[in-house]
Ligand binder design. Structure first.
Ligand SMILES: [Zn+2]
Length: 136
């Protein structure tokens, strides 16, 4: 049996993201002056340099922008998942995030543009990691 997958280790910047995930919600920083996402969380907006960040829930559906099928896991904890899919997902209305696609019966059938929806994977200490699965 593979060792447990790593649990989230929140930092000052990511604490709200991980707290929302532990509740089964997705939350991301939003720059009020730019009216756009700042994700992953940063201390300042890369567009305007401002730090007026609010947090709001992005869409929980989106599409695959790009992906890779991992046949040889770099970490023992992921060995039982091989082959698994790492993807960049563009949420409807933004932002984009790196994630795993789960509940994928045939990784060879994953495609750019594929519709996906949010789900969560439980980890140690009550943490949950946002993941995505194909829709339909
Ligand atoms: Zn901004």
């Amino acid at each position: 049996m593979a060792p447990a997958k790593p649990a989230p280790e929140p930092t000052a910047l990511s604490a709200l993201y991980w707290a929302a995930a532990a509740r089964g919600e997705l939350s991301a920083p939003w720059c009020e002056p730019c009216a756009d996402w700042v994700f992953p969380p940063r201390p300042r907006c890369p567009r305007c340099g401002g730090s007026e960040m609010g947090w709001r829930p992005p869409a929980t559906t989106g599409e695959v922008v790009t992906f890779s099928v991992v046949h040889q896991a770099a970490y023992e904890a992921y060995r039982d998942d091989q082959p698994y899919v790492v993807a960049i997902v563009a949420l409807d209305g933004g932002p984009q995030l790196m994630t795993n696609l789960v509940d994928v019966p045939d990784p060879g059938a994953v495609a750019v543009g594929q519709r996906v929806e949010l789900t969560f994977e439980a980890r140690g200490g009550g943490g949950q990691v946002p993941q995505f699965r194909p829709v339909g």
